[in-house]
Design a protein around this ligand. Structure first.
Ligand code: ATP
Length: 464
C-alpha cells in the first residue's frame, strides 16, 4: 500500500512548523535576523537530542565490552589535518550564476564538475536552478571547507588552527594512549560524540545540511585482513548494527536505502563505502556512512608524527598497524529522519461524536522528551496538590511534564504533538478512590490505576 505520509508534499513544512511551535528547534540568532541556517534546540529539542545521543552511547559503548569512549578537543594540532589529507583535499568546488549570484556546489549541479576545472562546453550547458539563465556560470573555484581560526592573541601563519571537520581523527591520534589505558585487544572500537564543522557552500533543508553539526562515530580496529572476507565480516556486522540502531531510534525502515558508493566517488582512504540513505521529502539523500578506512589514517599519523601507533599482539608478539571500519552517524540527520518518521496525522472521534484531526509524534518512548505528563483535570487546589505529589515522586524515575492550563482535550493534543507516551489525569474521583487515568498516546486507550502503582505501571509499559 502506498504510504500517504511519504507522499505528502507538505510533510517537511509540517514537521518544521511543529518543531518550531512546540519549542523543539528554531532559527538561531533570530533577534538579529538569524544566521544562515543555524538552528537552536529549545527545551524539548535539547531533551530529544540528548536522549538520542545517550541511547547511542548506551547501545554502542555501555552495552559492548569491545568499545570504549573518547571526548577529544574540537581544535586539534594543524599537523593532524596535514596527515589526514584534509588540509590538501577537503575541498568543495563552487560555481556562481553571474546573473542572480546564487552559489552552488558544483558536483550537485552536475557530476561532470566534481573537483576539476570545467570545460567551457560543460559550463555553457548548465541552467541556473534559481533564475533559469543558461550558460551564465563562473569558472569553478575550489576551496577548503574547514573553518579556520587563530590560536592565541597574535594572528600569524603559525597560529592558524582549524575546527575539526569530523570527529574521527581524534580516535586515530589518541589510539596508542587509549590502547594503553583501556588494555583492549583487537578487535575493539573507540567511540565519540561531538561537534564537527564544515564551511559548506550551500546549507539548507532545515537541519539536513549545516555548518555546525554533531557526529556519533566509531572507529572499529581490526587485524590487518589477509582476505576480503576478513574485513567484510566486520563491515557486515556494522551494517547490521546500523540497521538495528535505526529501528530502535524510530526511523521508518521503508524509507531507508543502502547505496554502495562507486570507487571513483569514494573518499581517498576508503576501500568500500555504503551510504545509508533516507527518503527525505526533498529527495533520497545520505543519512549515515559506513566505510572501510583500511590502515590509511593510523599509517598517515605514524608517518607524520614519528610516533609508534602499532598494536602488539599479546600472544604472538607481532606488531602491526590495525585496519578500521567506521560507522559515521550525524546527530541532526538522525533527528530529522526520526521526526519525519514519527509525524503522524489521524482522524479521531471526539466526545461529541464528530471527527477531528489529531497530530501525534510517534517517537519511541526511550527518546521522547517527556515519558509522562501529569494533568490535573481542573485548576483546583486539591487536584493540583495531588498531581504535584505524583509528579514529584515520578520525577525521580522519568522526565515528567506537569500542565494545568487549558482544557484537558487541548492538553492531550499538546502532549500527543510532543510525543509524550503516557498522560496521567487526576480527576475528582481520584480524591475518593485514589486512582488516576493513564492514557496511551498511540491507542488513546485509558486505564484506571492506583496512585501507588503508577510508577510500576509506567516502568513496565515504557520498557515494551
Ligand atoms: P554529504 O555527502 O551529505 O555532504 P558526507 O559524505 O560529506 O555527507 P561524511 O563525511 O560521511 O558526510 O560524514 C558522516 C555523517 O556526518 C553524514 O552521514 C551525516 O550524517 C553527517 N554530516 C556530514 N556533513 C553534514 C552537514 N553538513 N550537516 C549535517 N550533518 C552532516
Amino acid at each position: 500500500m502506498p504510504d500517504k505520509k511519504i507522499k505528502d508534499p507538505t510533510l517537511m513544512d509540517k514537521v518544521i512548523g511543529l518543531a518550531r511551535n512546540r519549542g523543539f528547534i528554531f532559527p538561531g540568532s533570530e533577534i538579529y535576523g538569524g544566521l544562515q541556517n543555524s538552528w537552536d534546540y529549545g527545551p524539548l529539542g535539547a531533551e530529544l537530542k540528548k536522549n538520542i545521543k545517550d541511547l547511542w552511547w548506551k547501545i554502542f559503548v555501555l552495552e559492548r565490552p569491545d568499545i570504549v569512549g573518547l571526548d577529544a578537543n574540537v581544535i586539534m594540532s594543524t599537523r593532524v589535518w596535514e596527515a589526514s589529507g584534509h588540509l590538501e583535499g577537503f575541498n568543495d568546488t563552487l560555481i556562481e550564476c553571474k546573473k542572480c549570484h546564487t552559489r552552488f556546489r558544483a558536483d550537485e549541479v552536475t557530476p561532470e564538475l566534481s573537483g576539476k576545472a570545467a570545460s567551457d562546453k560543460t559550463l555553457s550547458k548548465i541552467i541556473c536552478q534559481t533564475c533559469g539563465a543558461k550558460g551564465q556560470f563562473t569558472n569553478p573555484i575550489s576551496f577548503n571547507t574547514m573553518f579556520k581560526t587563530n590560536l592565541g592573541p597574535v594572528e600569524s601563519a603559525d597560529s592558524t588552527v582549524y575546527l575539526r571537520p569530523e570527529t574521527a581523527q581524534a580516535m586515530f591520534v589518541d589510539f596508542a594512549e587509549i590502547l594503553r589505558v583501556s588494555r583492549r585487544r583487537l578487535p575493539f572500537g573507540i567511540a565519540q560524540i561531538g561537534k564537527a564543522f564544515r564551511n559548506e557552500i550551500t546549507t539548507g533543508n532545515f537541519i539536513f545540511r549545516l555548518r555546525e553539526f554533531e557526529q556519533m562515530e566509531i572507529e572499529y580496529f581490526i587485524e590487518p585482513p589477509k582476505t576480503r572476507k576478513d574485513w567484510e565480516k566486520y563491515f557486515d556486522h556494522w551494517l547490521g548494527e546500523i540497521r538495528r540502531w535505526l529501528k530502535i531510534v524510530g526511523v521508518d525502515m521503508k524509507r531507508v536505502k543502502e547505496t554502495e558508493v562507486p570507487a571513483n566517488d569514494r573518499a581517498h582512504y576508503s576501500k568500500k563505502t555504503i551510504d545509508i540513505e533516507f527518503q527525505y521529502p526533498f529527495g533520497q539523500k545520505e543519512l549515515y556512512g559506513l566505510a572501510y578506512r583500511t590502515d590509511y589514517d593510523l599509517k598517515a599519523h605514524e608517518k607524520n608524527s614519528g610516533e609508534n601507533l602499532k598494536y602488539r599482539d599479546p600472544e604472538t608478539g607481532k606488531e602491526f598497524v590495525p585496519h578500521v571500519i567506521e560507522p559515521s552517524l550525524g546527530v541532526e540527520r538522525t533527528i530529522l529522519a526520526v521526526l519525519l518518521s514519527a509525524y503522524t496525522e489521524e482522524q479521531v472521534k471526539t466526545a461529541k461524536g464528530t471527527e477531528e484531526k489529531r497530530v501525534v509524534l510517534k517517537l519511541p518512548a526511550v527518546i521522547a522528551p517527556y515519558k509522562t505528563a501529569v494533568l490535573p483535570l481542573a485548576d483546583k487546589p486539591e487536584l493540583v496538590k495531588m498531581g504535584e505529589d505524583i509528579r514529584n515522586s515520578l520525577s525521580l524515575l522519568f522526565s515528567v511534564d506537569f500542565d494545568v492550563t487549558q482544557s484537558i482535550g487541548k492538553r492531550y493534543r499538546r502532549q500527543d504533538e510532543i510525543g509524550t507516551p503516557y498522560c496521567i489525569t487526576v480527576d475528582f474521583d481520584s480524591l475518593g478512590d485514589g486512582k488516576v487515568t493513564i492514557r496511551d498516546r498511540d491507542s488513546m486507550k485509558q486505564d484506571r490505576v492506583e496512585i501507588g502503582k503508577v510508577a510500576e505501571y509506567l516502568k513496565e509499559k515504557l520498557a515494551q
